[in-house]
Design a protein around this ligand. Structure first.
Ligand code: B12
Length: 268
């Protein structure tokens, strides 16, 4: 049920304010529908008047007109951080917005435990890790560790789940081997660093390694998460599900029982 999650921009709007229609909207800054947006970026120039001019030129080329530089800060030698505030003329057509909808119910911990106990008759095994050089474990720990996040306990809290958390900077061969030895039902991988698309390369490497190492019926459910993933990219990355920022452990536990027990809809 995956289609790309972009807000579609449509035709250029006339400069004057327009009443927002039911589906057509524009940004709100000082007054409804005034089209005002705020943008931040860094340019490789020292923080001076010329830098502000350069920021305004960029803003104008991006369609912000008029635009104001409302904040500048030197970022070390020869770099300046800007916040620019200005008007854009694009409209958003809400009827054309497509996102990855949640297609499973959120269950209570008790229901999750009951489903695992009654239908699997053994513990559901989850192996988690941050792979590649990524050492950002806070996200995966929030999902796996008892302490959890946002008032929800992590997967370790669920009596019928067995969690193996491999921690940071785990190599893909190690992950595959651990998943095999532990007989993982699901592998949960976190990728936070996105420089040079590292999260995409690492995820593709991981899913290819599982496909190579294990036949389809022995392969665990492959789940990745991190704040900058496009949740629509599951098939491109060869994984069953992608979770983005703000994910909670109960959402993940509910997905696991839905995919592994209720609907058995492993796809990757
Ligand atoms: C804390 C932090 C660190 C800590 C990490 C400590 C640790 N043990 O995790 C330290 C100081 C070590 C660190 C180091 C670095 N960091 Co850092 N770090 C951050 C910071 C401030 C917060 C990240 C965080 O903890 N978020 C809170 C968690 C709860 O959120 P989350 O990760 O998004 O997880 C949620 C969801 O995404 C999802 N989720 C995440 N993973 C998974 C997995 C699964 C399976 C599922 C289902 C869900 C899921 O669920 C979670 C809960 O809702 C961010 C900036 C920011 N404000 O986000 C930068 C940031 C991520 N770091 C960054 C960078 C560049 C680095 C360094 C390269 C800096 C350097 N030059 O050394 C190093 C890299 C180290 C490495 N080898 O990875 C950049 C990444 C930029 C990019 N485009 O990739 C950021 C964005 C800062 C920035 N604006 O530049 N960092």
């Amino acid at each position: 049920m995956s289609t790309r999650s972009t807000a579609t921009t449509v035709d250029e709007a006339p400069r004057q304010r327009r009443p927002a229609g039911k589906n057509i909207i524009r940004p709100y800054g000082d007054m409804t529908g005034d089209g005002m947006v705020q943008l931040s970026f860094t340019l490789p120039v020292p923080n001076d008047k010329r830098a502000e001019g350069a920021a305004l030129q960029l803003a104008a080329k991006m369609g912000m007109d008029p635009a104001m530089v409302v904040h500048t800060r030197a970022m070390g030698d020869g770099y300046t951080f800007f916040v620019v505030y200005g008007t854009v003329n694009h409209l958003v057509d809400l009827s054309k917005v497509v996102v990855a909808e949640r297609d499973f119910p959120i269950l209570a911990a008790k229901e999750i435990n009951n489903l695992v106990r009654q239908r699997m008759r053994r513990k559901l095994v989850v192996v988690g890790a941050c792979i590649g050089t990524d050492a950002h474990t806070v996200g995966i720990d929030a999902i796996l560790n008892v302490k959890g996040i946002a008032g929800e306990k992590g997967l370790e809290y669920y009596r019928e789940l067995r969690v193996v958390n491999m921690g940071a900077q785990v190599g893909v061969p190690d992950l595959v081997e651990t998943a095999r030895v532990e007989k993982a039902d699901a592998v949960l991988v976190s990728q936070v660093v996105t420089q040079r698309d590292a999260h995409l390369h690492n995820t593709r490497e991981m899913s290819a390694a599982f496909r190579e190492a294990l036949p389809a019926d022995k392969r665990p459910l492959l789940v990745v998460g991190g704040p900058r993933f496009d949740e629509m990219m599951t098939s491109e990355l060869g994984v069953d599900r992608i979770f983005g920022r703000g994910t909670t452990p109960r959402e993940v536990a509910s997905y696991l029982v839905d995919a592994l027990i209720v609907n058995k809809k492993k796809a990757a």
